[in-house]
Ligand binder design. Structure first.
Ligand code: ADP
Ligand code: MG
Length: 711
């Protein structure tokens, strides 16, 4: 294959010729049959053949090429809005054309707009196979993709890797048979079963994919069992910290802590995720783990995804660390270079026991002589590579503790996190009040402002949240899950566009523009509220503020000097101001579910009854409507995560967006739950058998990307 073509294929994630085998069609076109024109119905997709009876370029300005195609039964219009001069010549009166596309009812009878077409001789044979339509990218045509795939199918032969005992019960075809079927289905194939992926050939591919994932996760787990970490066993500081806390652990916290403590004292590195809904009290688990590490003579690091959150941790943990005589320090990108150097030097000299910060922690210049524990808060917000980097900071492998308020549905956790132990904090600290959620159209903004005034007058504190960049981020995530579930052509096109470098650049600059725009929204909203609510003090906090300014505003709000805080989503995670009991979210329709849940978790932390107002601007898309409805109906983080998964597919939960690796391309864990279970069993069996077969299977599916699955 030409090197130049292969390099273009890299945009589609195809790096080796054999990767083409798994570049499977998004859908198919049936060009094996011709439909008599007179029998066409609007809405139908069909292929027709006839002779051009009329052809003209019509309209001024935006011209279109209008062709009439006639067969023995009748005539249909073909319309081209963008066309080349050569097409006008090609589609001249008297030419015989085969055209396929969707039939529409036009002004002057039925028509096809931009049909695919081909000039043919009378009696030219029809294809005997369905025509695959592949995910593609700029500069890669369908025809050349098809040729390349067929060539790869001739050259590469994938032998069976799966023991027949695993396959029999499932009635699945052999891998090559499945691949040939999917790339070139016979005319008689059941198009519906191909489309919804219930065809045995599809199920075989999905099974193989799930199997590859299980094999690699189990291998990673076995490898971890062979690694050594410093066992952290001294619980002296833990006891002191527990005594110094202003509260008692909830039952769920105590359980999670026991699990973490047991892992820490082992010689294998811990790899544990603590999941707990917003406000369930995960931070104290991190503090206890740090105390155990420090008590055992090691250093600990805590990394959080935003500066505000990291800073909050630092402030919360400060007094706790002081109470046990541990030295805590703070590192973030926004510190002055000289200050950063000083912190790094103290860390390197072993004079810091717990370092808290943002991504700055994983820069090469940060060196821990005795890193025993790496804590990652809101782990799903980090890319896989970043998590791996933090873990790689010590001389030996540190224990790793991750925390997340975005619960991972069980089906996902079992499949993706075979190498991760999970503790769940499924209980909120006592005294929490449920938050009442109301949906309000933004036509009622004035009414709402009055409510805010009344709340503030009554001594309550209010968040007013303006949206930031979520929409663009969601568009991008399409790229990583474009081939996962429920594809239609539109998604495929988006995926293709985003997969190309151009698409990414465009997305990045669109992101910048949107960021600027929304920053402006926050600034405008602040001005408006300040005027409308005077003399009630209104603060403003957003991502572009310098760290010190941000902190000053947050402090003012924490101390109650500012009663209303206008904020972008910088407050999304972790911010803890118990007296705040009213939240207004502007343009709630633009936020993702997980984000709305996180935001809402900022209220309902004190003793007052709390209200979260989701203000939206219609018309709402069906997904936005479903999101808002979910928020209104439930406050259970797990239920929200489950519905979110339904709405968005799994990529988002797993940080796939950041890592750029689509973890599952074909499988859908809800739809393919039976295959996932079978794959788990089969993986266990295969790992007891011939390892070369396991290697061969993994090579087909992962080809060197295994590292990403381990994080
Ligand atoms: P999250 O799980 O969202 O990170 P935090 O750790 O920030 O939650 O805890 C939320 C709030 O609850 C904090 O103010 C924390 O001090 C408090 N808290 C945590 N555990 C308890 C407890 N067992 N009893 C009372 N308050 C608690
Ligand atoms: Mg937290």
């Amino acid at each position: 294959m030409a090197a130049d073509f292969l390099s273009r294929l890299a945009r589609l994630g195809i790096r080796r010729e054999q990767d083409l085998l798994l570049h499977l069609p998004l859908r198919y076109e049936d060009e094996t049959r011709l439909v008599p024109i007179a029998s066409l119905l609007p809405g139908q997709s069909a292929q027709v053949e006839g002779v051009i009876s009329r052809s003209e370029v019509v309209g001024r300005g935006r011209r279109s090429l209008q062709v009439e195609l006639r067969d023995d039964s009748g005539a249909i219009g073909l319309r081209f809005l963008n066309f080349y001069g050569s097409q006008v010549a090609q589609l001249a009166r008297g030419r015989r054309v085969r055209a396929s596309g969707e039939v529409r009812g036009g002004l002057l009878g039925l028509e096809m707009v931009h049909p695919r077409y081909r000039l043919v001789e009378e009696g030219a044979p029809l294809p005997t196979r369905l025509t695959p339509v592949y995910p593609s990218a700029a500069g890669i045509g369908q025809a050349s993709l098809r040729r390349a795939v067929l060539q790869a199918l001739r050259i590469h032969h994938w032998a069976e890797t799966v023991p027949s005992a695993c396959l029999e019960a499932l009635h699945l075809p052999a891998p090559m048979a499945a691949l040939r079927f999917l790339h070139e289905p016979p005319a008689a194939a059941d198009l519906g079963a191909l489309e919804d992926r219930s065809a045995p050939a599809w199920r075989r591919i999905v099974f193989d994919e799930l199997l590859a994932q299980q094999l690699s996760l189990r291998r990673a787990r076995a490898a971890r069992a062979d690694r050594r970490a410093e066992p952290l066993r001294d619980a002296g500081l833990v006891g002191r910290l527990l005594a110094a806390l202003p509260f008692r652990l909830t039952g769920a916290q105590a359980r999670a802590w026991r699990e973490v403590a047991a892992d820490l004292s082992a010689v294998q590195p811990m790899n544990r995720l603590v999941q707990g809904d917003v406000g369930s009290g995960k931070t104290v688990i991190a503090a206890l783990a740090a105390a155990q590490a420090i008590g055992s003579g090691c250093q600990a690091a805590l990394m959080a995804p935003t500066e505000i959150l990291a800073e909050q941790h630092f402030r919360k943990l400060g007094p706790w660390m002081a109470a046990i005589g541990a030295r805590i320090a703070w590192l973030s990108g926004s510190l002055k270079e000289s200050r950063k150097r000083e912190v790094r030097e103290r860390v390197a000299a072993g004079e810091v026991d717990l370092l808290v910060g943002t991504h700055a922690l994983i820069e090469d210049s940060v060196v821990f002589p005795r890193l025993g524990l790496a804590i990652v808060d809101e782990q799903h917000r980090f890319g896989v590579a970043q998590r791996l980097a933090l873990r790689g900071k010590g001389e030996a492998l540190p224990h790793q503790l991750m925390m997340s308020a975005t619960p991972i549905p069980r089906t996902l956790a079992m499949t993706y996190y075979a190498d991760l132990d999970v503790s769940v904090i499924d209980e909120l600290p006592p005294g929490r009040r449920p938050v009442l959620t109301r949906l309000v159209s933004d036509a009622r903004r004035d009414e709402l402002i009055e409510r805010v005034r009344a709340a503030a007058a009554a001594g309550r504190q209010v968040y007013w949240v303006c949206p930031l960049i979520e929409e663009a981020a969601e568009d991008e995530s399409v790229a990583t899950r474009g081939t996962a579930a429920g594809d239609e052509a539109g998604k495929a096109r988006e995926a293709a566009a985003a997969a190309s470098g151009n698409g990414r650049r465009r997305a990045a600059s669109a992101l910048k523009q949107r960021e600027a725009l929304e920053l402006q929204t926050a600034i405008d909203t602040h001005a408006l509220l300040q005027e409308a609510l005077a003399p009630i003090p209104v603060g403003l906090v957003h991502g572009r503020l310098a760290a010190a300014e941000k902190q000053a505003v947050m402090d003012g709000f924490s101390r109650g000097e500012l009663q209303v805080l206008v904020a972008t989503t910088v407050i999304e995670v972790g911010v803890d101001v118990p007296n705040a009991s009213l939240m207004v979210v502007e343009h709630a329709e633009r936020f993702g579910l997980a984000q709305l849940h996180q935001l809402r978790g900022r209220v309902g932390r004190g003793t007052a009854d709390s209200v979260c107002v989701l203000m939206y601007r219609g018309p709402l898309s069906p997904t936005a409507r479903a999101r808002l409805k979910t928020m209104h109906e439930t406050s259970d983080g797990f239920e929200i995560a489950r519905r979110d998964l339904e709405l968005r597919g799994p990529g988002e939960f797993l940080g796939a967006r950041q890592s750029g690796v689509a973890l599952l391309r074909f499988a859908d864990l809800e739809r393919d739950a039976d295959l996932a279970a079978a794959a788990r069993e089969c993986a266990a069996r295969m790992l007891e058998g011939d390892q070369a077969t396991v290697d061969a299977h993994l090579d087909r599916w992962l080809g060197g990307r295994e590292e990403f699955l381990k994080a």
